[in-house]
Design a protein around this ligand. Structure first.
Ligand SMILES: NC(=O)N[C@@H](CC(=O)O)C(=O)O
Ligand SMILES: [Zn+2]
Ligand SMILES: [Zn+2]
Length: 404
């Protein structure tokens, strides 16, 4: 297949100023991540906008949405504009800042949602991710506020009173290991409440990192009733299970926690039937001092950008149409990123990635572009490799190497 490009846009044959021959590679629209932690400002030792952009481009992404739990928190126009500008300067993927729902993620007062929406960063997705917006009145107000510009609240669904001191999934393994459990109902009760609030307000709700079979069922029913809810699942919740905590290796500590095989199967089924709209990485880099310590003290979270596509291929098979929808078109739609997630045809921005489906590679934590090394896939041999990535016709990855 040949892709004809002019001024960063895909054009008809004969109108191009450059030509990309895909050879034997699979061409996918540039992947879009709705849930990325870049750690800048504040923890540039763990990740920066530039290092995270490199990891994203290498993973086949052309756009990532940067979560607001930075330091300072992205709860003002000033901070989201700074993150946006750093992304443009890095020039490897479009970095779309997510704004905080509440000031300082403290869950007490609404942040300046309108000012962030009107800023140069044009924020449309708001989230207190890392924390749940657990006050129902505040959640209602936030939904009402973003409805005006068809924005969306992305909820980290975790009833805090049910997860105090929680270390892992509450079940057979937590009982065996003697660790405090994070019960499925802590997630499900918030999702159930929030789909009802979204229905009441008539606003858009997005559920971050869905991890349980019960959550899938609630979202399925809400969608059947016409409620405007979308949902994401992470690569790790599609593959890994709670027994891994038995190793006491904090690389497997994550929020929400790894669940059971039954949950994994329900998440896969939900992703296939569209109950779960997208795969989002929840790329959560952590410095060695915060991760290579005792389980109870380790921060939750794992890397995801450079391995997401391979895990998707591993879990879903080479179903390119499904992968393009769940990892590009649908997340771009949810985030209102009009220049991403478009099919590769004349008129679309030339944002795409070329993948060698036959290649296999071994995950090397220190071989990744991220400044942190907390990948749960170390030593695993994964299918599918990103060879080239293009952002608006400019090559960001060439022969598996980032160009900047
Ligand atoms: N997923 C995690 O375990 N951690 C995330 C926060 C979050 O996504 O809740 C982080 O910022 O490190
Ligand atoms: Zn979260
Ligand atoms: Zn997150």
């Amino acid at each position: 297949m040949k892709i004809y490009i002019r001024d960063g846009v895909i054009v008809e044959k004969g109108q191009e100023d450059r030509l990309v021959d895909t050879g034997g590679l699979v061409a996918l629209p540039g992947l879009v991540d709705l849930h990325t932690h870049l750690r800048e400002p504040g923890r540039e030792d763990a990740e920066t906008v530039l290092s995270g952009s490199r990891a994203a481009a290498l993973g086949g992404f052309t756009a990532v949405c940067a979560m607001a739990n930075t330091s300072p928190v992205a709860d003002t126009a000033g901070v989201v504009e700074q993150v946006y500008r750093l992304g443009q300067e890095a020039g490897l993927v479009d970095v779309q800042p997510i704004g905080a729902v509440t000031v300082g993620l403290a869950g007490e007062r609404l942040a300046e949602l309108g000012a962030m929406a009107d800023s140069r960063a044009r924020v449309r997705v708001f989230s207190d991710d890392g924390h749940c917006v657990h006050d129902p009145r505040l959640m209602r107000r936030a939904l009402e506020y973003v409805k005006a510009f068809d924005g969306v609240i992305a909820q980290h669904a975790e009833e805090p009173r049910l997860t105090e001191g929680a270390q892992m999934h509450e079940g057979t393994e937590s009982a065996r290991l003697g660790l405090t459990g994070w019960p499925a109902v802590a997630e499900e009760s918030i999702i159930a409440r929030d789909v009802l609030l979204a229905a009441h307000v008539g606003a858009r709700l997005h559920i971050c990192h869905v991890s349980t079979a019960g959550s899938v069922e609630i979202i399925r029913q809400a969608k059947a009733r016409g409620i405007r809810v979308t949902a994401e699942v992470t690569p790790h919740h599609l593959l890994l299970t709670h027994e891994l905590a038995g190793s006491y290796d904090p690389v497997y500590k994550v929020n929400p926690p790894l669940r059971t095989e039954r949950d994994v199967n329900a998440l896969r089924e939900g992703l296939r039937d569209g109950t779960i709209d997208i795969i989002a990485t929840d790329h959560a880099p952590h410095a060695a001092e915060d991760k290579e310590c005792e389980w109870a003290y380790a921060r939750p979270g794992m890397l995801g950008l450079e391995t997401a596509l391979s895990i998707a291929i591993h879990v879903l098979g080479q179903d390119w149409e499904l992968i393009a929808d769940r990892m590009s078109a649908a997340p771009a739609r949810i985030a209102q990123l009009a220049n991403h997630g478009q099919p590769l045809r004349p008129g679309s921005p030339a944002n795409f990635t070329l993948v060698d489906p036959a290649a296999r590679w071994t995950v090397e934590p220190h071989g990744l572009a991220s400044l942190s090394h907390n990948t749960p896939y170390a030593g695993m041999v994964l299918p599918g490799r990103v060879v080239h990535t293009y952002l608006r016709g400019e090559q960001t990855v060439a022969d598996g190497k980032v160009t900047k």
